[in-house]
Design a protein around this ligand. Sequence first.
Ligand SMILES: [Zn+2]
Length: 100
Amino acid sequence: MRPLEVEHIGGELAIRWDDGAEDFILLEKLRRACPCAGCKGEVDILGNLYKNPDKPFATNSFELARIISVGGYALQPVWADGHNTGIFSFDYLRRVATAK
Ligand SMILES: [Zn+2]
């Protein structure tokens, strides 16, 4: 499954998938779901989670500067506050989109 079209519309990311589904993801929800090690922490081989304390978001943390497509399997949002280390695989993106 992969997105055919990704569009940044106002405060949302609109995605049209190749199975015909369409999702609108609030940018705030997308940012909060950032899967990078800095946001989500890293799990070691014994299952211990190492995570930085939550940093407060800035006012522009939920603004999307641009979005980069990564190797045909993921999207990498560049946020207006400079954060850009989160790589959202298409599967993960779909899960974020459909999560309540
Ligand atoms: Zn992150």
